[in-house]
Ligand binder design. Structure first.
Ligand SMILES: [Zn+2]
Length: 372
């Protein structure tokens, strides 16, 4: 499964349907929820029926929806896929399928640009994470990306044997010291393994699973790059299976992500409070987007609201139907939030989809840090 990248999402976000609108379709195809393929087909048929009714006879969109139906019935292999994002525009010969190992929210959006908000949200939720598990003999290093194991490396070092220890003692050595020296060397080797794995498969967060005394030493032995990526400790034994490790790592990752979101929302709250470089509420946010003033867009996950897009200058607005900017006629759109996210991505703004952040909800579930 090819991993979706930030660059690929931005490339999608910059696409425009030139001859016809683009159909974006997200499907939750998780086999744990929909065990029988027939159930999935039924769900998709209902979804597409609604989309066809809204397509209003546009031939390109109708062709897109047919191709999506054929794909679900004949082309989709669900053995490793939990979510699918499809971007289609038959008139422009566009057909892009992104298979994901994480679930998505099922929906179809027909718009002038691909609806990439969910992909963006998935990517920021699942930054690559490294896990280094250590005891006195073993070191195991894993890298997970988008909920999948992408790299592993293992190290096993025999403890010094009693006879070696006795020999050392004869020469004035002492067993606890020998063990101590062995442990130190082992931890340095483990830190080296982590660094080598990171150079091959970079990750943004590193979690350590080790007894406290070892974890402290290990953290001190890490390369400074990796020390700066430490995100917490996992309480799993060094022998844990990788599904168990992944579950623990994902917990750490979501805590890291929630903390990071909270910091950005706090910056927004301060900016709005002093009335400088901050916009709160969807109406002000889309105004700022229209002026290209947005640096970071923040949206509460699951927020959607209808709105307007100007036929003349393409600006978004919460209120229609006359454009405040150019006086042109505006058209109603289903989801202003989705359009705002796409617009922000197309402008290369940072986009943060915040989960469970009550402060952002209070500010209107959408906000923006502004460049000026
Ligand atoms: Zn306008």
């Amino acid at each position: 499964m090819a991993a979706i990248t930030e660059a690929a999402i931005r490339e999608l976000a910059a696409m425009k349907g030139t001859r016809a609108p683009i159909t974006s379709c997200y499907l939750d195809v998780d086999g744990r929820r929909l065990v029988r393929h027939k159930d999935l087909e039924h769900e998709v048929d209902v979804l597409l029926k609604g989309a066809r009714a809204r397509a209003d006879g546009q031939p390109s969109v109708r062709a897109d929806l047919q191709r999506i139906e054929d794909y679900v019935h004949h082309g989709l292999d669900r053995s490793r896929v939990r979510g699918v994002a499809i971007f289609a525009c038959s008139a422009d010969d566009l057909w892009r399928v992104v298979e994901l190992s994480v679930p998505v929210r099922t929906r179809v959006v027909v718009n002038h640009a691909p609806a990439v908000g969910q992909l963006e949200s998935i990517l920021s939720e699942h930054e690559p994470i490294g896990v280094l598990m250590v005891d006195r003999q073993r070191a195991r290093m894993f890298v997970f990306a988008l909920g999948e194991l992408v790299e592993r490396s293992e190290l096993f070092e025999e403890l010094p044997r009693e006879t070696d220890v006795r020999g050392l003692r004869d020469r004035g050595g002492d067993h606890p010291q020998v063990l101590e020296a062995h442990t130190h060397q082992h931890l340095r080797n483990a830190a080296q393994v982590a660094f080598e794995v990171w150079s091959q498969h970079p990750f943004n967060h590193l979690a350590i699973a080790a007894p406290d005394d070892l974890a402290r030493q290990l953290e001190a032995d890490l390369h400074p790059y990796l020390r700066g990526r430490l995100s917490g400790r996992l309480a799993v034994p060094v022998t844990a299976g990788h599904a168990e490790v992944l579950a623990a790592a994902q917990q750490v990752e979501s805590q890291v992500e929630r903390r990071r979101e909270a910091q950005i929302v706090e910056r927004l709250r301060e900016a709005v409070a002093v009335g400088r470089k901050g916009a709160a509420g969807l109406a002000d946010v889309v105004d700022a987007l229209g002026d290209h003033r947005v640096d970071t867009l923040l949206v509460s996950q699951g927020f959607s609201a209808p709105g307007w897009r100007c036929d003349g200058c393409n600006r978004l607005a919460a209120m229609g139907r006359r454009c405040k900017h150019c006086g042109g006629e505006m058209v109603e759109i289903d989801d202003l939030v989705e359009d705002a996210v796409e617009e922000a991505l197309a402008q290369s703004c940072q986009v943060e989809i915040c989960i469970g952040n009550a402060d952002l909800d209070v500010m209107g579930r959408a906000g923006a840090l502004l460049r000026y």
